[in-house]
Design a protein around this ligand. Structure first.
Ligand code: F6P
Length: 319
């Protein structure tokens, strides 16, 4: 292959820029031309495509967001949208495409591969909800942003002797909440993978009050429901003064952590290598600190699961 393309799609994640940089520089290293497609699959349909070089990815490794912009495209979910996308790729002479994003983005990459256009996926989402990789790009940074915010909330929770319900992102996955709960010593976590935990949270709060405990932090994954509703219910059932914080999109921004930059650099370079080896329809990932690649269709067919041992530990440590 002599000319490749790269795009970011779906929700942005800190570290996507580091991945773009690695893809571009690895291509330059191998004397392969590289084109950036802006605004995800929508930009592909619209032909929003530009040649990139070493300089176009200078000074971005430390920046959050994505230099290539991102979008969620309904048109690309249709046969017609995919056909238009392939036409554009052919028009620019692009022979292989690297897609950085989450499972929705991989569905698009799979469709293109099935239609004969080779794609490789790089998992980039703060949610850490992709099977076949221990970590997705952006998860570590989002987690650290959450920790910083909760540390601050804990100060005021302690001073006012209040209970806080803090809603974190993650879509249908509980990883951000689980890891944040463990890292921050939260009294309780509520995650979609364990839907029946509310009663336990309430009895734990009541037990805490009996022991003289005056403040608590409960981390709720957005996939469970609204923190406002849960906060009201908890206050009603425990009589504890309860406040709610929804952290929102602050979790998606900011300079990527060293872990995310390194992960993104490794995965970006690996994706280029796979295309140059003639592979297609694969997702690169990291498992037990080793780079791996899996068939995208296998990945899409699997459900990401939480680490049960960690979940158990979070309970044991927050008695
Ligand atoms: O997938 C990343 C994510 O931030 C999820 O955690 C969240 O549910 C969703 O995207 C929010 O999407 P939007 O930015 O479109 O509101």
């Amino acid at each position: 292959m002599k000319r490749l393309g790269v795009l970011t799609s779906g929700g942005d994640a800190p570290g996507m820029n580091a991945a773009i940089r690695a893809v571009v520089r690895k291509c330059v290293f191998h004397e392969v031309e590289i084109y950036g497609i802006k605004n995800g699959y929508q930009g592909l349909i619209d032909g929003n495509i530009e040649k990139m070089d070493v300089g176009s990815v200078g000074d971005i490794i430390q920046r959050g967001g994505t230099k290539l912009y991102t979008a969620r495209s309904d048109e690309f979910k249709t046969e017609d949208g995919q056909r238009k996308g392939i036409e554009q790729l052919k028009k620019f002479g692009i022979e292989g495409l690297i897609v950085i994003g989450g499972d929705g983005s991989f569905r698009g990459a799979q469709k293109l591969t099935e239609k004969g256009f080779p794609c490789i996926g790089i998992p980039g989402t703060i949610d850490n909800d992709i099977a076949g990789t221990d970590f997705t790009i952006g998860f570590d940074t989002a987690l650290n942003t959450i920790i910083e915010a909760i540390d601050k909330i804990r100060d005021t929770a302690t001073s006012h002797e209040r209970t806080y319900v803090i809603e974190v992102m993650g879509r249908n996955a509980g990883d951000l909440a689980l890891w944040a709960g463990l890292a921050d010593g939260a009294e309780s976590i509520l995650i979609p993978e364990k839907p029946d935990d509310l009663n336990e949270v309430i009895s734990r709060l009541k037990r805490g009050v009996e022991r003289g405990k005056k403040h608590s932090i409960i981390i709720l994954a957005e996939g469970v429901g609204s923190a406002i509703d849960y906060g009201e219910q908890i206050q009603k059932e425990t009589n504890l003064e309860t406040r709610v914080t929804v952290l929102g999109h602050i979790q998606r921004g900011g300079s990527p952590t060293a872990n995310d930059r390194v992960l993104a650099s490794r995965l970006g370079a690996k994706a280029v290598e796979l295309l140059l080896q003639g592979k297609a329809g694969r997702m690169v990932g990291i498992q037990s600190n080793r780079l791996v690649d899996h068939d995208i269709s296998d990945i899409l067919g699997q459900k990401h699961t939480i680490d049960e041992e960690m979940y158990q530990l979070s309970k044991e440590l927050s008695i």
